[in-house]
Design a protein around this ligand. Structure first.
Ligand code: CU
Length: 421
């Protein structure tokens, strides 16, 4: 992985403190001597990403941090206005908004307990039920009858409403429970909108339904144990993907299972491997179950006072009815200073939903995508920045799909954004 030879050393004396992003921590009432602790265990909050997933301790959380009485509150927010153009017979142009607003509130409970509440909402339903154009992306449905192909589905208005309680057993050990409606089960790396190596790009990964599409599961209960850099956890959850009604809260049996082992061997590195068995995840394929496996590594380096460089390598496999489909991802984003963010992502996916044969699935095609982009941000106040960005994506399809996708399929997006910082 890039940067690996700068072998990660223990960062200063207090690993929780060393790489905390202090830029948002000048609120009145914030005690600078006590960086925010993790919600699930005895480590710094920078290790925590979406759901109960981990990222490297060196990660930064942009946003507002404030304290009110026993509560510590964090707010993260990002709103993108995107002009999207995808090439070829399956392409078109579309404008859409995407992003998220997330609030987390945490407080001690008893002498060894920590309670955390999270709420996250998305503007995606405003896109309309068919989401936005994105060549080679598949998954979910807009009308309950046909699958979305070459489109990214909108996310639900409520992306996470969850609570967790952790109990410290020692300076290195804890146990925790997490429940969400919706929430994220113990599967995969952090969801892409919380993964430092891709979160600034408004373009969803085409590997989403292999690695992290479970991030909105309508009903999740997870229990886990933490020992130092290790976490072992298991979830019971509603494995059915969200339906096309994006403003509601769905319910269903917690019929699916996920297990994840996470290991952060150094402050710079987060590793996980996970397994899930999902009962009838797809609305259009009742009765068809799916097994998923994933493994990922995230390496994050702090650069100067405000910069970072984060890289994720991930593999995911979904298996159902005797067919295994793999996805490979290598993505990296670098923020050398407060002004610029550069990002790139390479993906290779085996997909059998790009052409529909009798019913839903057609033949399997191995397709790829290389996406490169940049964003320039300008601060407009202490806690708000505006930015302008662009990205270009090259799509790779086998020659048998040349007529379907046209010559040299590609996509481009230009976008403006507002971000809490
Ligand atoms: Cu998603």
């Amino acid at each position: 992985m890039p940067g690996m030879d700068h072998s990660p050393k223990a960062p200063a004396k207090d690993p929780d403190m060393a790489h905390m992003d202090m830029s948002g921590m000048d609120m009145p009432g914030m005690d600078m001597n006590h960086p925010m602790a993790g919600a699930l265990g005895p480590y710094g909050a920078t290790r925590e990403a979406s759901g109960t997933s981990w990222q490297p301790d060196t990660s930064t959380h942009e946003g507002l941090h404030l304290t009110r009485g026993p509560w510590t509150v964090m707010l993260h927010g990002l709103l993108n206005g995107v002009l999207d153009s995808q090439s070829g017979p399956r392409g078109d142009d579309k404008a859409f908004v995407s992003g998220m607003l997330m609030a987390m509130a945490q407080r001690p409970l008893g002498d060894a307990g920590t309670l955390q509440l999270r709420a996250m909402v998305s503007p995606d339903p405003l896109m309309g039920k068919s989401g936005y154009l994105l060549l080679l992306a598949t998954g979910e449905t807009a009308d309950g009858r046909t699958p979305l192909v070459d489109r990214q589905h909108p996310h639900d208005l409520f992306m996470e409403l969850s609570a967790s309680y952790a109990r410290k057993l020692s300076g290195k050990d804890s146990v925790f429970v997490y429940a969400g409606l919706p929430g994220e089960p113990a599967f995969g790396p952090p969801a892409f909108m919380h993964r430092l190596s891709v979160m600034d790009s408004p373009e969803a990964p085409i590997s989403h339904h292999w690695l992290d599409s479970t991030h909105i599961s309508f009903g999740v209960v997870t229990a886990g144990v933490v020992h130092d850099g290790w976490k072992l956890e298991a979830s019971a959850y509603n494995g059915r993907e969200p339906d096309q009604h994006r403003y509601d809260i769905e319910t269903g049996r917690l019929d699916s299972t996920a297990v994840r082992v996470s290991w952060n061997p150094t402050a710079n590195l987060a590793l996980q491997t996970s397994w899930a068995h999902e009962i009838a995840p797809e609305q259009l394929e009742p009765g068809v179950n799916q097994t998923k496996v994933s493994a990922s590594a995230i390496y994050t380096l702090a650069l100067g006072d405000h910069g970072w460089w984060s890289t994720t390598a991930a593999w995911g496999r979904r298996s159902s009815e005797g067919v295994d489909l793999d996805a490979w991802v290598l993505e990296s984003a670098v923020k050398p200073n407060a002004a610029w963010t550069l990002f790139g992502r390479a993906e290779r996916v085996e997909n059998d939903e790009l052409t529909v044969a009798a019913g839903h699935h057609g033949p399997t095609f191995t397709v790829g995508k290389l996406s490169l982009g940049a964003i320039r941000d300008w601060p407009v106040s202490d806690h708000l920045s505006v930015g302008l960005g662009a990205l270009y994506a090259f799509d790779f399809v086998p020659s048998i799909l040349d007529a379907t996708y046209g010559n040299e399929p590609h996509g481009a997006m230009v976008f403006g954004r507002i971000k809490l910082r």
